[in-house]
Design a protein around this ligand. Structure first.
Ligand SMILES: *Cc1c(COP(=O)(O)O)cnc(C)c1O
Length: 496
């Protein structure tokens, strides 16, 4: 037996878990039911099944242990530092969770009569108010279920606005090369063609290249600000003027809103629409921990095309508008019911508990933490761009040159050290990207510890420990998986 194997296959108190289908004994059950009598009344339309259901035969304690142990294999923001760039993995306050679990909010049914859910409609209306206030925009579509869904919603509003003006031929959307993959995907889903714009040496959009791409078939521009290199697009006013001058609309990917909340009203930048990832900026569990929500704020030009439903103040209280009203030409609806209500509750609780001063402080601290990280790692790793960053710090793999260690190896070694890896190989505009976002909720102690670990790994890589890196992760239940094979040929059914 080697140092890392045991007779049982378990390691310490980490149990080597079987699949649930590999466990149990035939006939074993968690409940004690009487034998069914003869079935004289067939309520199943002749579809009643006899014999085994094919489900695992397990006792209650076996089931409880299995799922509890599986849950312990999960790594989340509640277990440790999660520096995943572009994802804003910040702490989810327990207060927001408590509020979302109040029976009066958690037990509602979306088909309840409106007069019985006035409080819930007020929650949606208040959150909409604060999102408009924080962005300076006049309207918001609340129902998109995630950031990517919000992109699609905003682009549908843009498409409808062009069609209404008799300019349905505008079908080209400009997207910077550094964009998140969802941007071109959403544009393609809306029937647009995607035209990439290069970045300049300093990591920002090349304004001249953008201007050269403008033309009568351009529907709009999708830009992330701060962008995915963690940099503020300093020419954003000129960019907005250029796209508007060519008759297009300006979509902003708001996934990085956490860097500017309370400091910049995006309406002042000439933006026509932007999704807000409530699960990132406004601290609701995400990334396998729960659903997201992507409300999309809209300028006056796009507001009439906002999808239904939305909440208005009517004579008798709050009303949910489900059909087109005078002056509005909704492009349709994007989701069943009204949006991710549980996420709305958490986001509103977060906004209310932080207050205006707290939100502003949070974005400042997020930027400070990222700059601290960048400054303390700058001599050991290779920062991709000069100068300060916004809420995330971008490094590339030049510091690993000639070490035999890749960005992927480096990330796997971080897992052995007890950290969820940073974002790897994104954005695509730098080689072997390592994108780190500490967020405002990490303490200086936690960030310092992480910095020490990253520095020690960089030193080990430079000292020629490539073999050690290639063998990582060594302490996880599974080592390196063939992720390509798993994605291309997923095994989705259990076969005995
Ligand atoms: C997270 C993210 C998105 C997509 O948001 P989802 O809520 O995951 O759909 C889009 N753009 C950027 C820059 C992001 O970081």
């Amino acid at each position: 037996m080697s140092e890392t194997t045991t007779f049982s296959g378990n390691r310490g108190l980490q149990i080597e878990e079987k699949l649930i289908f590999e466990m149990g004994n035939e006939g074993c059950s968690g409940v004690d039911l009487p034998e069914p009598g003869p079935v004289d009344l067939d309520r199943m339309g002749g579809l009643a099944k006899r014999g085994s259901s094919g489900l695992p035969d397990l006792s209650e304690p076996q089931v409880v242990r299995h799922y509890t142990r599986l849950s312990q294999k999960n790594y989340g923001i509640d277990t440790g530092f999660y520096p995943l760039g572009s994802c804003t993995m910040k702490h989810n306050p327990r207060l927001s969770e408590k509020v979302a679990r109040l029976p009066g909010l958690a037990d509602l049914h979306p088909l309840q009569p409106q007069k019985t859910v006035q409080g819930a409609l007020e929650v949606m209306d208040s959150l909409a108010h604060w999102l408009k206030e924080l962005t300076g925009m006049p309207a918001v579509a609340m129902s998109p279920a995630a950031g990517a869904h919000g992109e699609w919603c905003g682009l549908m509003a843009i498409r409808t606005a062009h069609e209404e003006k008799g300019e349905g031929h505008r079908r080209r959307v400009l997207v910077p090369e550094s964009a998140h993959g969802t941007n071109p995907a959403s544009a393609a889903m809306c029937g647009f063609t995607v035209d990439p714009i290069p970045a300049k040496e300093n990591g920002r959009v090349d304004l001249d290249a953008l201007k050269a791409k403008l033309g009568p078939d351009v529907a709009g521009l999708m830009l992330t600000n701060p962008n995915t290199c963690g940099l503020f697009e300093s020419e954003i006013i000129e960019i907005a003027a250029a796209i508007h001058g060519a008759g297009g609309y300006f979509y902003c990917d708001g996934a990085n809103f956490n860097a500017i909340v309370g400091r910049v009203k995006i309406a002042d930048l000439g933006i026509d629409c932007m999704h807000i990832n409530l699960h990132k900026t406004f601290a609701t569990p995400h990334g396998g921990g729960g659903p997201g929500a992507g409300p999309t704020v809209l300028s006056a030009a796009l507001a009439p095309f906002a999808p239904v439903p939305y909440v208005v103040h009517g004579k008798g209280g709050f009303e949910l508008v489900e059909d087109a009203r005078e002056g509005a030409k909704p492009f349709g609806r994007v989701k069943g019911f009204h949006g991710q209500f549980g996420v709305f509750v958490r986001a509103l609780a977060y906004i209310a508990s932080m207050g205006a001063d707290g939100l502003r402080q949070a974005s400042s601290d997020a930027v400070l933490n990222a700059n601290y990280l960048q400054a303390r790692l700058g001599d050991m790793l290779t920062p991709s761009f000069d100068g300060p960053c916004m809420h995330e710090a971008l490094f590339d793999d030049r510091f690993l040159k000639d070490t035999g260690v890749t960005t992927l190896d480096f990330a796997k070694a971080l897992i052995d050290e007890g950290y969820h890896p940073m974002t790897m190989y994104f954005p695509l505009v730098v080689h072997g990207a390592l994108l780190m976002e500490p967020t405002e909720t990490e303490s200086k102690e936690a960030i310092d510890q992480f910095i020490d670990v990253v520095r020690s790994l960089a030193l080990r890589a430079k000292a020629g420990a490539a073999d050690e890196f290639k063998a990582s992760p060594r302490f996880t239940p599974r080592r390196r998986l063939d992720e390509t094979l798993a994605a291309r040929t997923p095994v989705l059914r259990w076969k005995a």
